[in-house]
Design a protein. Structure first.
Length: 281
Protein backbone atom coordinates (compact mmCIF):
# COMPACT_ATOMS: atom_id res chain seq x y z
CA UNK A 1 0.00 0.00 0.00
CA UNK A 2 1.38 3.36 -1.06
CA UNK A 3 2.16 6.04 1.49
CA UNK A 4 -0.45 8.81 1.67
CA UNK A 5 0.59 12.02 -0.17
CA UNK A 6 -0.30 15.55 0.99
CA UNK A 7 -0.49 18.74 -1.08
CA UNK A 8 -0.32 20.99 2.02
CA UNK A 9 2.83 23.17 2.24
CA UNK A 10 5.40 22.21 4.81
CA UNK A 11 5.58 24.18 8.05
CA UNK A 12 8.89 25.81 6.97
CA UNK A 13 7.36 27.08 3.72
CA UNK A 14 3.96 28.02 5.10
CA UNK A 15 4.78 31.73 5.55
CA UNK A 16 7.14 32.18 2.56
CA UNK A 17 6.05 34.57 -0.19
CA UNK A 18 5.13 33.16 -3.57
CA UNK A 19 7.20 35.74 -5.50
CA UNK A 20 9.92 38.32 -4.97
CA UNK A 21 13.05 38.04 -2.88
CA UNK A 22 13.30 35.53 -0.03
CA UNK A 23 15.96 36.41 2.53
CA UNK A 24 18.20 33.74 3.97
CA UNK A 25 19.30 35.46 7.16
CA UNK A 26 22.64 34.83 8.86
CA UNK A 27 23.46 36.49 12.16
CA UNK A 28 26.74 38.37 11.62
CA UNK A 29 29.03 38.97 14.56
CA UNK A 30 32.02 40.52 12.75
CA UNK A 31 32.94 42.29 9.50
CA UNK A 32 29.55 43.88 8.84
CA UNK A 33 28.21 47.42 8.43
CA UNK A 34 24.85 48.83 9.51
CA UNK A 35 23.22 51.31 7.14
CA UNK A 36 19.75 52.78 7.23
CA UNK A 37 17.00 51.56 4.91
CA UNK A 38 16.55 55.16 3.75
CA UNK A 39 20.06 55.03 2.29
CA UNK A 40 20.04 51.42 1.09
CA UNK A 41 16.65 51.88 -0.62
CA UNK A 42 17.42 55.38 -1.93
CA UNK A 43 15.88 55.94 -5.34
CA UNK A 44 18.12 57.05 -8.16
CA UNK A 45 21.66 56.01 -8.99
CA UNK A 46 22.87 52.60 -7.88
CA UNK A 47 26.41 54.02 -8.00
CA UNK A 48 25.47 56.55 -5.32
CA UNK A 49 24.13 53.84 -2.99
CA UNK A 50 27.14 51.62 -3.66
CA UNK A 51 29.63 54.42 -2.94
CA UNK A 52 27.75 55.30 0.25
CA UNK A 53 27.75 51.69 1.48
CA UNK A 54 31.46 51.37 0.70
CA UNK A 55 32.37 54.59 2.55
CA UNK A 56 30.24 53.53 5.52
CA UNK A 57 32.19 50.27 5.76
CA UNK A 58 35.63 51.93 5.85
CA UNK A 59 37.49 52.67 9.08
CA UNK A 60 38.16 56.28 10.07
CA UNK A 61 41.09 57.81 8.26
CA UNK A 62 40.71 55.84 5.01
CA UNK A 63 41.10 58.10 1.94
CA UNK A 64 37.82 58.58 0.05
CA UNK A 65 39.02 60.91 -2.68
CA UNK A 66 37.77 60.48 -6.24
CA UNK A 67 41.11 58.92 -7.15
CA UNK A 68 40.91 56.44 -4.28
CA UNK A 69 37.31 55.49 -5.08
CA UNK A 70 38.08 55.07 -8.79
CA UNK A 71 40.82 52.65 -7.78
CA UNK A 72 38.19 50.48 -6.03
CA UNK A 73 35.22 50.77 -8.40
CA UNK A 74 35.05 50.17 -12.15
CA UNK A 75 33.17 53.45 -12.72
CA UNK A 76 35.09 56.49 -13.90
CA UNK A 77 35.67 59.89 -12.34
CA UNK A 78 32.45 61.44 -13.69
CA UNK A 79 30.11 58.86 -12.12
CA UNK A 80 32.07 58.77 -8.85
CA UNK A 81 32.17 62.56 -8.51
CA UNK A 82 28.45 62.71 -9.31
CA UNK A 83 27.73 60.14 -6.58
CA UNK A 84 29.73 62.16 -4.04
CA UNK A 85 27.84 65.33 -4.95
CA UNK A 86 24.48 63.56 -4.58
CA UNK A 87 25.49 62.25 -1.15
CA UNK A 88 26.68 65.73 -0.19
CA UNK A 89 23.44 67.36 -1.37
CA UNK A 90 21.41 64.72 0.52
CA UNK A 91 23.32 65.42 3.76
CA UNK A 92 25.11 62.08 4.09
CA UNK A 93 28.52 63.48 3.15
CA UNK A 94 30.26 66.66 4.21
CA UNK A 95 33.64 67.93 3.08
CA UNK A 96 35.23 70.63 5.22
CA UNK A 97 38.39 72.65 4.76
CA UNK A 98 40.03 72.82 8.18
CA UNK A 99 43.29 74.35 9.33
CA UNK A 100 45.71 72.09 11.20
CA UNK A 101 47.72 73.26 14.23
CA UNK A 102 50.71 73.74 11.90
CA UNK A 103 48.74 76.17 9.71
CA UNK A 104 48.14 73.83 6.78
CA UNK A 105 44.67 73.66 5.23
CA UNK A 106 43.31 70.17 4.59
CA UNK A 107 40.00 68.79 3.42
CA UNK A 108 38.34 66.37 5.86
CA UNK A 109 35.37 64.21 4.88
CA UNK A 110 32.55 63.40 7.33
CA UNK A 111 30.02 60.67 6.57
CA UNK A 112 26.69 60.60 8.46
CA UNK A 113 24.56 57.50 8.97
CA UNK A 114 21.55 59.82 9.05
CA UNK A 115 21.53 63.20 7.29
CA UNK A 116 22.07 65.91 9.87
CA UNK A 117 22.88 63.35 12.55
CA UNK A 118 25.58 63.58 15.20
CA UNK A 119 28.27 61.27 16.46
CA UNK A 120 27.72 58.55 19.02
CA UNK A 121 27.96 60.21 22.48
CA UNK A 122 30.33 57.42 23.54
CA UNK A 123 32.66 58.19 20.61
CA UNK A 124 35.18 61.00 20.21
CA UNK A 125 33.76 64.53 20.18
CA UNK A 126 32.93 66.00 16.82
CA UNK A 127 34.66 69.28 15.94
CA UNK A 128 32.43 72.33 15.48
CA UNK A 129 30.88 72.55 12.06
CA UNK A 130 32.00 75.49 9.92
CA UNK A 131 29.78 76.85 7.23
CA UNK A 132 29.55 74.79 4.09
CA UNK A 133 32.08 75.80 1.41
CA UNK A 134 29.41 77.03 -0.99
CA UNK A 135 28.09 79.45 1.60
CA UNK A 136 31.49 80.86 2.49
CA UNK A 137 31.84 82.69 -0.79
CA UNK A 138 28.26 83.94 -0.74
CA UNK A 139 28.48 85.25 2.84
CA UNK A 140 30.36 88.51 2.04
CA UNK A 141 27.81 89.39 -0.63
CA UNK A 142 24.97 88.85 1.85
CA UNK A 143 26.58 91.26 4.31
CA UNK A 144 27.00 93.86 1.58
CA UNK A 145 23.43 93.59 0.37
CA UNK A 146 22.23 94.41 3.88
CA UNK A 147 23.55 97.94 3.31
CA UNK A 148 23.62 98.50 -0.44
CA UNK A 149 22.74 96.02 -3.21
CA UNK A 150 25.69 94.88 -5.30
CA UNK A 151 25.04 95.64 -8.95
CA UNK A 152 26.88 94.76 -12.10
CA UNK A 153 27.80 98.42 -12.57
CA UNK A 154 29.89 98.28 -9.37
CA UNK A 155 31.86 95.22 -10.50
CA UNK A 156 35.26 95.14 -12.19
CA UNK A 157 34.64 95.27 -15.98
CA UNK A 158 37.47 92.79 -16.64
CA UNK A 159 35.97 90.31 -14.17
CA UNK A 160 32.52 90.72 -15.73
CA UNK A 161 34.01 90.11 -19.18
CA UNK A 162 35.60 86.87 -17.96
CA UNK A 163 32.32 85.64 -16.48
CA UNK A 164 30.32 86.62 -19.56
CA UNK A 165 32.79 84.79 -21.80
CA UNK A 166 32.44 81.47 -19.97
CA UNK A 167 29.44 80.54 -22.11
CA UNK A 168 31.71 80.51 -25.16
CA UNK A 169 33.76 77.73 -23.55
CA UNK A 170 30.67 75.90 -22.21
CA UNK A 171 27.17 76.98 -23.39
CA UNK A 172 25.70 75.79 -20.07
CA UNK A 173 27.54 78.49 -18.08
CA UNK A 174 24.95 81.22 -18.55
CA UNK A 175 24.83 83.62 -15.59
CA UNK A 176 22.23 86.15 -14.54
CA UNK A 177 23.13 89.75 -13.72
CA UNK A 178 22.91 89.09 -9.97
CA UNK A 179 25.04 85.95 -10.22
CA UNK A 180 27.74 87.75 -12.21
CA UNK A 181 27.76 90.64 -9.72
CA UNK A 182 28.16 88.18 -6.83
CA UNK A 183 31.02 86.27 -8.48
CA UNK A 184 32.89 89.27 -9.90
CA UNK A 185 34.80 90.15 -6.65
CA UNK A 186 36.36 86.68 -6.53
CA UNK A 187 37.39 86.89 -10.20
CA UNK A 188 38.86 90.34 -9.48
CA UNK A 189 41.04 88.79 -6.77
CA UNK A 190 42.28 86.19 -9.24
CA UNK A 191 43.14 88.90 -11.77
CA UNK A 192 44.96 90.90 -9.10
CA UNK A 193 46.95 87.77 -8.18
CA UNK A 194 48.41 87.66 -11.69
CA UNK A 195 46.06 85.18 -13.37
CA UNK A 196 45.29 85.84 -17.02
CA UNK A 197 41.63 85.76 -18.18
CA UNK A 198 42.32 82.67 -20.31
CA UNK A 199 43.79 80.87 -17.29
CA UNK A 200 40.73 81.71 -15.19
CA UNK A 201 38.42 80.47 -17.94
CA UNK A 202 40.35 77.21 -18.27
CA UNK A 203 40.23 76.62 -14.50
CA UNK A 204 36.50 77.30 -14.19
CA UNK A 205 35.47 75.18 -17.17
CA UNK A 206 37.84 72.21 -16.93
CA UNK A 207 36.41 68.82 -15.93
CA UNK A 208 32.77 69.85 -15.53
CA UNK A 209 30.31 66.91 -15.23
CA UNK A 210 28.03 65.94 -18.11
CA UNK A 211 24.94 66.99 -16.15
CA UNK A 212 24.91 70.02 -13.84
CA UNK A 213 22.73 69.26 -10.83
CA UNK A 214 22.80 72.86 -9.58
CA UNK A 215 22.90 76.33 -11.05
CA UNK A 216 26.21 77.07 -12.82
CA UNK A 217 26.85 79.91 -10.38
CA UNK A 218 27.06 77.43 -7.50
CA UNK A 219 29.77 75.40 -9.22
CA UNK A 220 31.69 78.53 -10.20
CA UNK A 221 31.45 79.91 -6.66
CA UNK A 222 32.84 76.65 -5.27
CA UNK A 223 35.81 76.80 -7.65
CA UNK A 224 36.43 80.48 -6.91
CA UNK A 225 36.37 80.15 -3.13
CA UNK A 226 40.17 80.24 -2.82
CA UNK A 227 42.40 82.90 -4.36
CA UNK A 228 45.39 81.41 -6.20
CA UNK A 229 48.96 82.22 -5.35
CA UNK A 230 50.24 85.42 -6.98
CA UNK A 231 52.35 85.06 -10.08
CA UNK A 232 56.11 85.46 -9.53
CA UNK A 233 57.24 89.02 -10.07
CA UNK A 234 59.17 89.69 -13.21
CA UNK A 235 62.69 91.06 -12.91
CA UNK A 236 62.88 94.83 -13.44
CA UNK A 237 66.47 94.65 -14.70
CA UNK A 238 66.80 94.82 -18.51
CA UNK A 239 68.42 91.84 -20.21
CA UNK A 240 72.17 92.05 -20.59
CA UNK A 241 73.14 92.57 -24.21
CA UNK A 242 76.55 91.66 -25.58
CA UNK A 243 78.91 94.63 -26.04
CA UNK A 244 79.44 96.06 -29.53
CA UNK A 245 83.05 95.78 -30.76
CA UNK A 246 84.71 99.01 -31.92
CA UNK A 247 85.49 99.80 -35.56
CA UNK A 248 89.09 99.24 -36.69
CA UNK A 249 90.88 99.91 -40.02
CA UNK A 250 92.57 96.88 -41.57
CA UNK A 251 96.35 97.23 -41.64
CA UNK A 252 96.44 95.41 -44.98
CA UNK A 253 93.64 96.88 -47.09
CA UNK A 254 92.55 99.80 -44.88
CA UNK A 255 88.97 98.47 -44.91
CA UNK A 256 86.86 99.12 -41.77
CA UNK A 257 85.88 96.12 -39.67
CA UNK A 258 84.83 95.42 -36.07
CA UNK A 259 87.39 93.85 -33.76
CA UNK A 260 88.52 93.96 -30.15
CA UNK A 261 91.97 95.30 -31.16
CA UNK A 262 93.74 96.65 -34.27
CA UNK A 263 94.92 94.16 -36.92
CA UNK A 264 93.90 92.74 -40.27
CA UNK A 265 90.41 91.94 -41.55
CA UNK A 266 89.23 88.39 -42.21
CA UNK A 267 89.91 88.53 -45.95
CA UNK A 268 93.49 89.70 -45.42
CA UNK A 269 94.06 87.02 -42.84
CA UNK A 270 92.79 84.40 -45.30
CA UNK A 271 95.15 85.64 -48.02
CA UNK A 272 98.11 85.53 -45.66
CA UNK A 273 97.23 81.98 -44.61
CA UNK A 274 97.08 80.92 -48.29
CA UNK A 275 100.47 82.50 -49.01
CA UNK A 276 102.03 80.61 -46.08
CA UNK A 277 100.61 77.33 -47.31
CA UNK A 278 101.96 77.84 -50.84
CA UNK A 279 105.36 78.85 -49.46
CA UNK A 280 105.49 75.76 -47.30
CA UNK A 281 104.73 73.51 -50.26
Amino acid sequence: MADPQSNAPSRADAGAPTSGVIHVRTRLTADFTVISNALAQRRGSAVTVGVAAYIASLPDGTPVTITALCGHFDEGEILISRALRELEDAGYLERRRERTPTGQVRTRTYFYDVPGGTRDPDGPPEPPKPRRPRKQLAAPAVRETAQAPVTLADANPRAVAVLAGLRRADPRLVLTTKEAARLAPAVTQWLAAGMRPTQITDHLTAGLPDHLLTRPSGILAYRLQETPLPAPARSAEPPVRPGVLPMENCEGCDRAFRAAEPGRCRDCRSLEAGDRLRAAS
